[in-house]
Write a protein that binds this ligand. Sequence first.
Ligand SMILES: *Cc1c(COP(=O)(O)O)cnc(C)c1O
Length: 232
Amino acid sequence: MQRTIAENLAGVRGRIAEAARRAGRQADEVTLVAVTKYVGAEAARALVSLGCQDLGESRPQTLWPKAESLRGSPVRWHMIGHLQRNKVKRTLPLVDCIHSADSVRLLDTLEEEARNLDRAIRVLLEVNVSGDVEKHGFARDEVFALAPRLADWPHVEIRGLMAMSGRWSGPEAARSEFARLRHLRDAMRANGPAHIDLGCLSMGMSDDFELAVEEGATLVRIGSALFEGVPE
Ligand SMILES: *Cc1c(COP(=O)(O)O)cnc(C)c1O
């Protein structure tokens, strides 16, 4: 299993580097978040031993036990899926970054819990760029309206935006959705507090991460491409 994952990881890293090169970017501007939701703790541990320390989970209930079994290894956990407010208290102490802040009420809850823990939490605002009804995330005008308020949650460090391309989008549509997220980020920067750094764009998954890197992704969230050929 370790060898298969090592080969997949090298392949993905190579493709990220190629895409960055095509766009005139450096490969190290892009952080690979390995999404471990399809695999167990053993495969996650294999990734860490291969130098991939940013791991992502989309459901708190699967994040909790995995974080527990990898406790002590140098992992930065990323919460990348919908986070219900009643799961914030248990999730916050385990994670480095939450990619999926999708409501003002969730930001309020994150602020409250981070303040209780006396720490700051890095957060990205999820935007529903494709308009798919089954997707979470702020609508574009909703998130844009938050720009002047980005410093209103002192324990929540809003670092940028996250999106998924539409389920039915082909590559050209996906590319324009990623470009749209970048433009939205630029517009929010221009309208937001000067000291807030919206440097992060979390976009791109196994099927479309090269397009996302070409369009400016700084975080790609990749699952299936890393675990091809690995038994569940
Ligand atoms: C599962 C998931 C991913 C990774 O998807 P793959 O297509 O397997 O790479 C990325 N982001 C989110 C939010 C996910 O839920």
